[in-house]
Design a protein around this ligand. Sequence first.
Ligand SMILES: [Zn+2]
Ligand SMILES: [Zn+2]
Length: 272
Amino acid sequence: MPFFICTACGTQYADGAAPPAQCVICEEERQYVPPRGQTWTTLGPLAQSHVNSYRQYEPGILGIGTQPAFAIGQRALLLRTPGGNVLWDCISLIDDATVTLIKSLGGIQAIAISHPHFYTTMVEWARAFVCPIHLHAADRDWVQRPDAAIKHWDGETLKLWDGVTLVRCGGHFPGGTVLHWAGGANGKGVVCAGDILTVATDRKWLSFMRSYPNFIPLSAREVEAIGQALKPFAFDTIYGHYFDRVIGKDGKQVLEKSVARYVAAVEGKRGY
Ligand SMILES: [Zn+2]
Ligand SMILES: [Zn+2]
């Protein structure tokens, strides 16, 4: 039985003889159904038409993304930390080459995902590498393919192991999560942000939205809460959700000034 994948958002659905009537992720205001209408694929055909590509950002951090771009087009990160390897965020295409390469690097000990738009084929990844998937419980209703590998966590932080912490920021989704690795950036710390903090096109600022495709902003209160959630953590580099969206240094200051600019803008204040 095939597991159908939405071609607009990359979400894989639980077993069914026919594709779902609609994609509930894409029908919701934070995503969209393309003008061509709803279409579906499965992993087999996707692996024929697409391949994964890789970029090493720093020792211990590899980007993995699909070419040509598929669905939302995000790239995942493989973090090779002393306590184990983490797959941060997920992409739909998992093929033989990807499994072979990652196994040769020690496999994956944990998967963690920022929010439901990137849940994609997480269950396929968890089965290939025999590891748990850590998702924030506030977004549990968005899981379209339930599985025993999925571990929902509650509260504000979850320490995976020494130096690797999931931080609930909320915003884009109530359970919107980022990952902090204290040992990244030569010990200065990194934040893997998905699009919970979005690295802006100039790669000098961050912004924050409820819906990126439909331009729905967050409130000042929600964005201030994102800043507060990361206050206890030291970090220099911020990895966004596309290959080229990285803030290479001074990430902590960039977050602080970006929260201040956002709040001033939505409160109608000028001069930021
Ligand atoms: Zn979809
Ligand atoms: Zn999203």
